[in-house]
Design a protein around this ligand. Structure first.
Ligand SMILES: [Zn+2]
Ligand SMILES: [Zn+2]
Length: 216
């Protein structure tokens, strides 16, 4: 199953010029099975895309991306309200308390922490505690993604990929390959937790056709 695990739409990410409709059409055209809409600290846009995709054949997972002082985090399976710029430990505690999943977004890209202070890469001791890390982020240069792939291997952390698309042309640039077909966030979390996933460039997968998992 191919999932673009990191997308922003214009419904609640004001930095995005991608409408939910455009996202659904583009993802289906690319042959993706699913996308995860991960707006900054709100599920609103994801919920809109989720409802709009019903009956389209595309699965939409609802997540969020949260800015923290240890880097941006993708979170699934958490319904509590979160701040826009959070203390990592506070967010981590909330996610664990709710049985959610937390993944480092673009951990090797560098990020702006509290007070817009440049913080470099997400620290290794933080990565080790997470459920996975993006090794393929559509907004990162190839060498940063290569470094993330090496790090994930070294640390034994699940690798995922997502485009971080804010415009239609970026959708599907990077994807997560899942071994099993998932229809809900619960199933997705189970697969990611088990490490039955890997990040990839869609281009590479097209060059060497992958066995596709058929929907049930
Ligand atoms: Zn980010
Ligand atoms: Zn993002």
């Amino acid at each position: 199953m191919l999932v673009d695990l990191h997308v922003h739409t214009n419904r609640s990410s004001y930095c995005s010029g991608l409408s939910p409709q455009e996202l659904i059409e583009k993802a289906l055209r690319l042959g993706l099975d699913a996308v995860a809409v991960t707006e900054h600290s709100t599920h609103r846009g994801a919920q809109i895309a989720y409802e709009m995709a019903e009956g389209s054949g595309l699965v939409v997972f609802r997540g969020i991306e949260v800015y923290t002082d240890k880097g941006d985090m993708l979170v699934f399976g958490m319904s509590s309200r979160v701040g826009t710029d959070m203390d990592f430990e506070e967010l981590y505690g909330m996610v664990r308390a709710e049985g959610g999943l937390i993944i480092a977004a673009h951990p090797t890209r560098g990020f702006w922490g509290h007070h817009r202070k440049y913080k470099g890469e997400t620290p290794l001791e933080v990565l080790r505690r997470l459920d996975g890390m993006e090794t393929h982020n559509g907004g990162c240069p190839p060498e940063r993604n290569e470094r993330a792939v090496e790090l994930a291997r070294e640390l034994g952390i699940a690798s995922v990929g997502g485009s971080d698309a804010h415009m239609h042309y970026s959708v599907g640039k990077c994807v997560t390959v899942l071994e099993r077909f998932c229809r809900s966030e619960e199933e997705l979390m189970e697969e990611l937790r088990a490490g039955r996933c890997r990040g990839a460039y869609l281009e590479e997968l097209e060059r060497e056709p992958q066995p596709r998992v058929l929907p049930r």
